[in-house]
Design a protein around this ligand. Structure first.
Ligand SMILES: Cc1cc2nc3c(=O)[nH]c(=O)nc-3n(C[C@H](O)[C@H](O)[C@H](O)COP(=O)(O)OP(=O)(O)OC[C@H]3O[C@@H](n4cnc5c(N)ncnc54)[C@H](O)[C@@H]3O)c2cc1C
Length: 398
């Protein structure tokens, strides 16, 4: 039985062990062409993983979740997770391209047939890069419903003014999903009303209403400040109905949680493997350092945490695929996987001792990258707030 099925009792089932082995094998083969040295160089020079993203797109992996009718492979979300997990387990970084996998869901569920026909086949083939997601703003941060970037309709287009921050890959993407306010905050009934999703053609917009300023960041996310000044966006680029944009973005959140949690699982595997190998090889005081419980136990604990998080990610993916509510599982999966990855990173760093700080070992780079999982795309506290309120029924805390 696959993840997409329910048995006769209506129970959702999930697979154990290495599922999608052929997909994993093919992704591993691609990743083998991009060793630590490749990622290290990009990191040092703050460069985008052009060759890697091109090869992954041309091999069809970034279109894995797009339905076959639009040129993709029509695979379940768990397969997308397996792809991202393998990239991270290989020592690479899927942040360069992961947004495409979850953003296309917004277009698929809420876009018009004309929009889907226009963009999805190109996204599936890799000809169109759909990598930029403009949500976060400097003054409102996690409080998304209060964002201020304003779009005013004038005839057959919107005129957009405002600012976004941390918009990753905006300069490397052909399209950006932009969340804007179409009704002023003081005129809406609910906080979540009045926002809309626009598709921005970045080739036309940059230098013509959009100015990008790269952020010098701890991680190589190719991330930007986006200044929007009288940007014109055709009305035909509105996704779904005006004013319902926040719901559309929320709709895609469970998929996003499952996919980024899968990346954290890949990080767990990477760190546990590197730490275990080093603990067995490195001999100090006449014995392998892994013989010391102070080194062995944190790695063993990280392993146990990884396995538990892995089960929760599988559960969330299976429910998502079966069309069942999965907010609780997807959020819990994201929380547990990002924390398991961080604990594995810490155990690995401690195991490598001073050599962890030497860039050629790749540990410090992966350690920096993986830390971000507890902050973006959503921070741990906001997930705890979700569980406290929506799962446990305590008062809303934000
Ligand atoms: C490298 C990088 C790449 C990113 N890429 C993108 C992107 O492509 N597109 C995009 O839109 N955004 C992106 N982000 C933004 C990211 O989603 C936000 O940084 C994140 O959502 C947190 O928002 P903030 O930084 O404004 O923190 P704030 O909202 O200012 O919060 C700061 C801290 O306070 C905590 N906090 C705030 N309110 C509460 C509360 N009520 N209860 C408890 N704790 C609270 C938060 O959990 C957090 O720990 C990126 C960020 C980074 C660092």
């Amino acid at each position: 039985m696959t993840e997409t099925q329910q048995d006769t009792d209506g129970l959702t089932t999930m697979t154990l062990g290495e599922d999608y082995p052929e997909i994993r094998e093919s992704v591993r083969a691609i990743c083998a062409n991009y060793p630590g040295e490749y990622w290290r160089k990009l990191d040092a020079n703050d460069e985008y993983a052009e060759e890697f993203v091109t090869e992954l797109s041309q091999s069809g992996f970034l279109g894995a979740l797009i339905p076959e009718a639009y040129g993709g492979s029509g695979l379940p979300i768990r397969a997308g997770g397996a792809i991202l997990e393998e990239i991270h387990a290989s020592g690479g970084n899927a942040y360069a391209c992961h947004a495409q996998m979850y953003m296309m869901g917004t277009m698929l569920r809420h876009g018009s047939e004309e929009q889907k026909q226009r963009y999805l086949p190109g996204i599936a083939s890799g000809d169109i890069r759909f990598q930029a997601f403009g949500v976060t703003e400097p003054t409102t941060g996690s409080d998304t419903t209060q964002l201020k970037t304003r779009a005013v309709r004038e005839g057959d287009h919107y005129v957009v003014n405002g600012q976004k921050i941390w918009t990753s890959r905006a300069h490397k993407s052909d399209l950006m999903t932009l969340l804007v306010r179409t009704t002023p905050a003081d005129q809406v009934k609910k906080r979540s009303d009045g926002l809309s999703v626009l598709l921005v053609d970045m080739k036309e917009a940059v230098g013509n209403g959009i100015e990008l300023r790269p952020i010098d960041a701890m991680v190589n996310h190719q991330t930007n400040e986006v200044f929007i000044d009288n940007l014109k966006v055709p009305v035909e680029n509105l996704i779904g109905e005006e004013g319902r944009g926040f719901r559309y973005i929320l709709d895609g959140m469970n998929a996003e949680r499952v996919l980024v949690a899968s990346e954290s699982l890949g990080d767990c595997r990477y760190f546990i493997k590197r730490a275990t190998d080093y603990a067995n090889e490195r001999v100090i005081f006449g014995r392998p350092i892994g013989q010391n419980q102070g080194i062995q136990f944190p790695i063993a604990r990280a392993y146990a945490e990884w396995k538990a998080a892995d089960l929760m990610v599988r559960a969330a993916a299976a429910l998502f695929e079966a069309g069942q509510p999965c907010g609780e599982e997807a959020n819990t999966a994201k929380l547990l996987a990002s924390e398991a990855a961080w604990n594995a990173a810490e155990a690995c760093m401690q195991t490598f001792g001073g050599f962890a700080a030497a860039k050629e070992f790749d540990i410090e780079r992966k350690w920096r990258d993986c830390r971000l999982g507890r902050i973006a795309p959503i921070s741990t506290n906001l997930i705890l707030g979700y569980i406290g309120q929506h799962v446990l029924g305590m008062p809303k805390s934000y």
